[in-house]
Design a protein around this ligand. Structure first.
Ligand code: HEC
Length: 171
């Protein structure tokens, strides 16, 4: 008399719970992948704000101000050095001498894209399309500035076995 309907109720409830569980797990995994994939959550958000602004907002200071920062921190570019070793030395070599087919010599006084700290910041932020030099905006403004100051400190160190001059030699 009760018929097949009574037995229907339970399995149906269970399968809905099952579907919710599967979707929930999927969403959680997706969020995890997004967060784990982005180098650092808050920094990615910072980059988004910056790129939304008009003009090169990543060049925050005048060259005089950058130079002042550089002078004030002379010999103490530890943070920039750390970033460089981690992110840049695979192509530019630990000492900045460059690696054939990968990255240019940053220890000479030859530059393809300009020798000022703002020039470096622009290149580091945006990269050079069509080359292996990609943009590092995801590091955020502070770290891009720190690594640019470190690159400045490599100027003219002319390390042994560095790659040949490319670009324009600055006086
Ligand atoms: C995968 C290789 C690669 C990595 C990693 C890389 N670079 Fe480069 N970089 C290059 C190449 C190649 C060029 C030259 C681009 C061109 O031919 O215009 C370049 C150019 C530059 C320039 C401009 C040099 C000039 O002559 O004007 C700077 C500054 C620079 N890189 C800094 C960095 C910093 C700082 C990092 C790390 C945050 C970095 N690079 C990571 C390959 C790399």
């Amino acid at each position: 008399m009760t018929g097949p309907e009574t037995s229907d109720g339970e399995p149906k409830g269970r399968s809905i719970r099952g579907v919710v569980l599967v979707i929930g797990t999927f969403v959680a995994l997706l969020l995890w992948v997004i967060y784990a994939g982005s180098d650092a959550g808050p920094l990615a958000a910072e980059s988004a704000v910056v790129s939304a602004a008009s003009g090169p907002a990543f060049v925050q200071r005048t060259e005089t101000e950058y130079n002042k920062r550089y002078e004030d921190a002379t010999g103490e570019h530890d943070e920039g050095a750390k970033i460089f070793k981690r992110r840049c030395s695979t192509c530019h070599r630990d000492d900045g001498g460059g690696l054939e087919g990968l990255g240019t010599n940053l220890s000479d006084l030859c530059f393809i894209h300009g020798a000022t700290i703002s020039d470096h910041i622009q290149i580091i932020w945006k990269g050079v399309p069509g080359t292996t030099m990609r943009g590092f905006s995801r590091l955020g403004l502070d770290r891009v500035e720190q690594v640019a100051l470190y690159v400045r400190s490599l100027h003219g160190t002319n390390v042994a076995d560095g790659l040949a001059c490319r670009g324009t030699r600055t006086p």
